[in-house]
Design a binder for this molecule. Structure first.
Ligand SMILES: [Zn+2]
Length: 321
């Protein structure tokens, strides 16, 4: 066989054996407060697996309730921990209501939470770790939903829903349930005493999508050894969603250390900046978002609300970035 013919044969063979799943992408769409911007309250992201499974991560307050037209079908809801800016003690009156700095979050979701109300309307599974599932099961049941839709994935274990493998990760944070979700005499007494309900430890997540992409969602956390030992060395996450807000969790410098030296993904999406991160879609000079971008050694993709980004199995952004 002539060399050129042999090379053509090898080429045809590798094309035949190339896995089509590798070419498939996971779509990530931020559901923030203001279209095209990265705003103070923004946490919510929708992940869409190539197989169509749609996952809503930390709806918080920027998703304008269950009737928010941006939601569409939601198969799974993830809640990293019970604080109001993640679970959703209130929500935006409508997408784009208010300003990037102060969105109009005047619609209360107590005692259910934005996450539970969306799950009820969409018949979604809620997958949480630690000791959070009984809270969600009780809320679903109290509102005519199916308590079995609240599913557990405790540290080290995982559940596979809609073809996506979901594991929870340690997060160094706190996780008190505000007595406003408890209500009644008990809730009132707890509030007066200044204590919160115990629903176990807060979490992050590691997702493995059907195309092979592994994503780490940090939740609110400090720096932990597990970000190297588990997220990097065991799961080898290629995409990270990293909270950078400081004060409540890692700030831009600490978050960049986590990304550069511990998780080492191919791409990172900053989240939970608690600031006006962008103006007219451009990163605001002097912002924490800018500081994080300067310190991170991997491509940083700022989550602009409504703008879909696509990531391949290797964690590379292939569209929308
Ligand atoms: Zn938070």
């Amino acid at each position: 066989m002539k060399h050129s013919t042999w090379m053509a044969a090898v080429g045809a063979l590798s094309a035949a054996f190339a896995c089509p799943a590798l070419a498939q992408t996971v779509k990530v769409t931020p559901l923030g407060s203001i279209d095209g911007e990265f705003c103070a309250q923004d946490r919510a992201l929708v992940f869409e697996d190539p197989n169509g499974t749609r996952i809503l991560y930390d709806p918080g307050r920027s998703v304008a309730g269950a009737s928010d037209p941006r939601l569409g079908k939601i198969d799974i809801i993830l809640v990293s921990h019970m604080h109001g800016d993640h679970l959703g003690n209130a929500h935006n009156k409508a997408p784009n209501a208010g300003t990037c700095d102060k969105p109009d979050m005047s619609v209360s979701d107590l005692p259910n939470s934005n996450a539970v109300n969306i799950a009820l309307a969409k018949k979604s599974k809620i997958v949480t770790g630690s000791e959070m599932p009984p809270f969600f099961a009780a809320r679903l049941k109290a509102n005519g939903g199916d308590p079995a839709n609240s599913m557990l994935a405790r540290f080290g274990g995982s559940v596979t829903v809609g073809g996506v493998r979901i594991a929870t990760m340690t997060a160094m944070h706190s996780n008190g349930l505000d007595p406003d979700y408890i209500g009644g005499e008990l809730g009132k007494a707890m509030k007066e005493a200044g204590i919160a309900g115990d629903v176990g430890l807060p979490t992050g997540y590691v997702l493995r999508f059907s195309n092979g992409l592994v994503a780490y969602l940090s939740g609110d956390t400090g720096i932990t050894a597990d970000q190297d030992l588990v997220v990097h060395k065991h799961y080898n996450a290629r995409l990270a969603v990293m909270n950078i807000g400081d004060g409540f969790s890692t700030g831009p410098v600490e978050a960049a250390y986590v990304i550069n030296d511990l998780v080492k993904p191919a791409s990172v999406i900053p989240s939970h900046a608690n600031e006006v991160g962008t103006v007219e879609g451009k990163v605001r000079p002097g912002s924490k978002t800018e500081a994080f971008m300067k310190a991170a050694k991997v491509p940083v993709h700022v989550p602009l609300s409504g703008k879909t980004m696509e990531f391949d199995a290797a964690g590379k952004c292939t569209a929308g970035c």
